[in-house]
Design a protein around this ligand. Structure first.
Ligand SMILES: [Zn+2]
Length: 215
């Protein structure tokens, strides 16, 4: 009976439906059918394991991939001359919004060193400095600790790499972090410090594949 969905029900001979392209239907300017070929991204769709939301998105930044909550590797970015990661920050006091540029290599090196030295003390929970990050001084009103990163309302557009390198991921809500973990197949339903630790670790591993082990 399913065949009925595809074939017009006046088709007297259902087997003809599976025959190779019906010559009587193909118009002379057949290239119109070409889009089928362009669907080479079908392969990436297959990885989606049937989750409706895992389809490709438009990469929101030059350093983001077209998959949710995923960034390119550092090597790829440096090859493409992407060495400065820009993000938006606003000031709670003067309402001024400004952009901040971070040097990818420098910030990532610092982060890796922090991981290397301190990781064993953390027991897979984010340290206090990540839970309550210190934000940069406002360049306009010069007030200390009055700035906050701008976190996109649409989760697809969150600037994960900027939040990582500025070590301001702690301003993400539990919901943001769960979104990140879900799209990176990190199954964690824990407290914020656990999700935050996993988010830091996963992002470092996206930049430097397999840099941080599971232990
Ligand atoms: Zn200000």
């Amino acid at each position: 009976m399913e065949i009925q969905k595809y074939c017009s029900n006046i088709n007297p001979n259902p087997s003809s439906a599976s025959a190779s392209s019906d010559h009587s239907v193909t118009p002379p300017n057949a290239p119109a059918k070409a889009p089928k070929k362009g669907r080479s991204l079908g392969s990436s769709r297959r990885i989606s394991r049937g989750k409706g939301t895992s389809k490709a998105i438009t990469a929101p930044f030059p350093w983001a991939k077209n998959q949710r909550a995923t960034v390119h590797s550092q090597q790829y970015l440096l090859e493409k001359n992407v060495d400065t990661i820009i993000g938006k920050v606003y000031c709670k006091s003067c309402q001024h919004e400004f952009e901040l540029g971070l040097n990818l290599e420098e910030k990532l090196d610092g982060l890796c060193e922090f991981f290397r030295k301190e990781k064993n003390k953390w027991h897979k929970r984010a340290p206090r400095v990540w839970m309550s990050p210190v934000c940069p001084k406002c360049p306009l009103c010069e007030r200390e600790s009055s700035t906050r990163p701008v976190i996109a309302e649409n989760k697809k557009e969150i600037n994960w790499l900027f939040l990582l390198l500025s070590q301001m991921l702690g301003y993400c809500t539990l919901e943001h972090l769960k979104y990140f973990c879900k799209h990176n197949e990190v199954h964690r339903t824990g407290a914020k410090d656990r999700l935050l630790y996993d988010t830091y670790k996963t992002l470092v591993n996206q930049l430097l594949p397999d840099y941080l082990s599971d232990s």
